[in-house]
Design a protein around this ligand. Structure first.
Ligand code: MEV
Length: 440
């Protein structure tokens, strides 16, 4: 059967599935069964999911877990996390509990400005372009009023539009570099609509501007789009305590732990190979909450990693120090998040997740998400610098290995108990399971 098809999106869902299973699978009935077992029996809910994207054939499930005991700015939160990695929620919960007993997390929103750009080409005199921009700027803002009216009524809107000369990078290249305040909305649609309006007004007004010679009027718009780089939409999360208060068990003293911890962070600050993994651990926490709250984790990922490279080398997002006997661990990251619009009013689980978080504003959600990232980073560094990561990791992974071998509930109980005092490795689990099954 041909692997190309035209008009696929116009087929019904069942015809799409027929084509896929007949084209790509030898056991067509089994493939259909797997796809259909994830359909919701609630038809309305299924239709909602079908209509999120094009060509939906089924739903892709991720576990939604919760990490309780997060004390953030003196408010307690149970944080929802959508993630498949076994140890992430457990690690977050552990870090939350650790800091609950030491004053909790402090978080502050530093700034909330978002950026969008109209990229255009112009090959005339720069001074004339500047004069034109100065004249047209109020009209750019005026023509966008139908889009900005509601946002302005709530206190947001366009902050500024600047003309930027980029001709030293690309001949004839300029930007309308625009900044926005989008309040509780992530604001992508708002910003993009404003930018497209700016572009249209800018181009049309250029034709009527008598300062331009005939060929100068030709402003070519290349594209109008928001930037997911938001270094001025920044949040800070922090924990601190006396060094001796860091001691939790007899494995290591508070002081030795603090020193090793700061060393681990310093390594991530200067060594990109380590920084990427260090920041990946932070993103374990961030992405899980971003996803659970219906936000755009690709946008967050892209923006955060660009920020981690802002000094020219990829570096750690978090920092740590010991000063006057006080251990401080903190992070500043850019997060463009929304708690209204998009999926937030649409996806029942997202609505539930936001309610669980006391229906936060976008600023509050920025703080919660940043704290989840810092907590995750703390948990990872704590394991790495003391027991090593595998102990906790493999303990959490045990259930995955047991499920791989179709362990029964009873086998799971017995082997979970067995591995409380034995090291979990893939082969040790297989061996123990075989022994149990052979009655040994
Ligand atoms: C694993 O998902 C994340 C860690 O590798 C993070 C780190 O190394 O800091 C444990």
């Amino acid at each position: 059967m041909s692997k190309t098809i035209s008009g696929f999106s116009k087929l019904s869902k069942s015809k799409k599935i027929d084509w896929i299973v007949n084209t790509y699978f030898s056991n067509t009935e089994e493939a259909k069964r797997v796809l259909k077992q994830y359909w919701s029996s609630n038809e309305k809910l299924q239709q909602l999911h079908d209509e999120f994207i094009e060509n939906t054939i089924t739903n892709y499930y991720l576990p939604l877990g919760v990490a309780p005991n997060f004390l953030i700015n003196n408010t307690l939160y149970t944080i929802p996390m959508a993630i498949e990695e076994s140890s992430v929620v457990a690690a977050a919960s552990k870090a939350a509990k650790f800091w609950l007993d030491r004053g909790g997390f402090k978080a502050t929103v530093i700034s909330t400005t978002k950026i969008g750009q109209v990229h255009f080409m112009y090959h005339g005199d720069f001074n004339t372009l500047q004069r034109f921009f100065k004249q047209v700027k109020p009209k750019l803002i005026e023509d966008a009023k139908p889009i900005t009216k509601n946002m302005e009524a709530r206190g947001g809107g366009i902050i500024d539009i600047e003309l930027r000369d980029k001709t030293s990078d690309i001949k004839g290249y300029y930007q309308l570099h625009s900044s926005f305040e989008t309040l509780d909305a992530m604001g992508a649609n708002f910003i993009n609509s404003c930018l497209e309006q700016f572009a249209e007004t800018f181009k049309n007004e250029a034709l009527a501007f008598d300062g331009f010679s005939e060929n100068e009027q030709d402003i070519q718009i290349v594209m109008s789009i928001l930037s997911n780089y938001v270094p001025n939409c920044l949040v800070r999360a922090e924990v601190s305590c006396k060094v001796e208060e860091l001691k939790e068990d007899d494995l290591i003293s508070g002081e030795d732990f603090a020193i090793k911890f700061v060393q681990a962070v310093n390594i991530a600050e200067i060594e990109p190979y380590r920084a990427v993994t260090h920041n990946k651990g932070i993103m374990n926490g961030i992405d899980a909450v971003v996803l659970a709250t219906g936000n755009d984790f690709r946008a967050v990922e892209a923006g955060v990693h660009a920020y981690a490279s802002r000094h020219g080398t990829y570096s750690s997002l978090s920092h740590a120090k010991i000063e006057d006997g006080i251990f401080t661990f903190w992070m500043e990251i850019p997060l463009a998040l929304g708690t209204v619009g998009g999926l937030t009013g649409l996806h029942p689980l997202v609505k539930l997740a936001l309610e669980l978080l006391h229906k936060p504003s976008a600023k509050e959600l920025m703080q919660i998400v940043a704290v989840a990232g810092l907590a995750q980073n703390f948990a990872a560094l704590r394991s790495l610098t003391t027991t090593g990561i595998q102990q906790g990791h493999m303990k959490m992974h045990l259930m995955n290995i047991l499920n791989q071998f179709d362990a029964s509930d009873n086998e799971k109980i017995l082997l979970t108990d067995h591995f409380k005092t034995n090291v979990v490795t893939h082969s040790a689990v297989v061996e123990a399971l075989n022994k149990l099954r052979n009655g040994a």
